[in-house]
Design a protein around this ligand. Structure first.
Ligand SMILES: Nc1ncnc2c1ncn2[C@@H]1O[C@H](COP(=O)(O)OP(=O)(O)OP(=O)(O)O)[C@@H](O)[C@H]1O
Length: 234
């Protein structure tokens, strides 16, 4: 289980996230909702070790990851699929797989290249294409593949459907629930509740870097209200 407890962090001495507490468990999808600038990306980047905590704790299965560098956090099983995909424009799909694949130490890898290709068959069809030649949806699939090949226990997905056509959005969202059912703990951000209604177990709404509401996703109306209350001030 990944837990953030009273986490605060920011940039250049300014605070963006204030006392954020949340958890995500294996088999569950926890959605972070919020308007532009609410701090969703900052939250995932902090969980990945990219933005250092100024106070609070980040723990994975009780192990303290607070202040640990991103490569250490990733090696412990917390893998980020960043906003904007960030695939390598000049590397082929095959090369992405080769670079990303980390067979698990001392146990069978859950995500072998073959299993990852079976989940995302489109990538097999684009095997020799470079990252920069892929469509947005294909890049998103490749970014997800890159994270899975690192054998995660926690997957952080930052606005995975941003800029994608509705059909591709459905395809990407369709991957998330099965990945959770396979045992992953998934924390994902989304700008609108509608996108995650069918896949989230738990939802947290951020406003101006603070938790405005949090609860099981069976009560999305409360959460939608929390999003709508007041100005769209992030
Ligand atoms: N690298 C950075 N340096 C300084 N300030 C930043 C940096 N990244 C984000 N911020 C600021 O932190 C605040 C939260 O931004 P963040 O990207 O986390 O929000 P978000 O909810 O993910 O927004 P969006 O939906 O637009 O992606 C904003 O005020 C933003 O300007």
């Amino acid at each position: 289980m990944l837990s953030l407890t009273a986490l605060s962090c920011g940039y250049d001495g300014g605070t963006v996230l204030h006392d954020v507490t949340l958890t995500v468990e294996p088999g569950h999808v926890h959605a972070i909702l919020g308007h532009n600038g609410a701090g969703k990306t900052t939250l995932l980047n902090a969980a990945a070790g990219l933005v250092p905590a100024t106070s609070g704790k980040i723990k994975l299965n009780g192990r303290d990851l607070t202040g640990r560098p991103p490569h250490h956090v990733a090696r412990n099983g917390v893998r980020l699929v960043p906003q904007g995909r960030r695939v390598f424009a000049s590397l082929t799909v095959a090369e992405h797989f080769r670079v990303a694949y980390r067979p698990a130490r001392g146990r069978a890898a859950q995500w072998t290249p073959q299993r990852t290709k079976d989940l995302l068959p489109r990538l097999s069809e684009r095997w020799s294409h470079r990252g920069g030649q892929l469509s947005g949806g294909e890049q998103q699939m490749l970014a997800i593949a890159r994270a899975l090949l690192g054998q995660p226990t926690v997957l952080l997905l930052d606005e995975p459907t941003e800029g994608l056509a509705p059909a591709v959005t459905r395809q990407i969202l369709g991957l998330i629930r099965p990945l959770a059912e396979d045992g992953l703990a998934i924390l994902l951000t989304a700008p609108q509740p509608a996108l995650v209604t069918d896949i989230a177990d738990q939802t947290t709404v951020l406003r101006s870097g603070r938790v405005a509401a949090s609860g099981p996703h069976e009560h999305p109306h409360t959460l939608i209200d929390a999003l709508a209350i007041g100005e769209l001030d992030g």
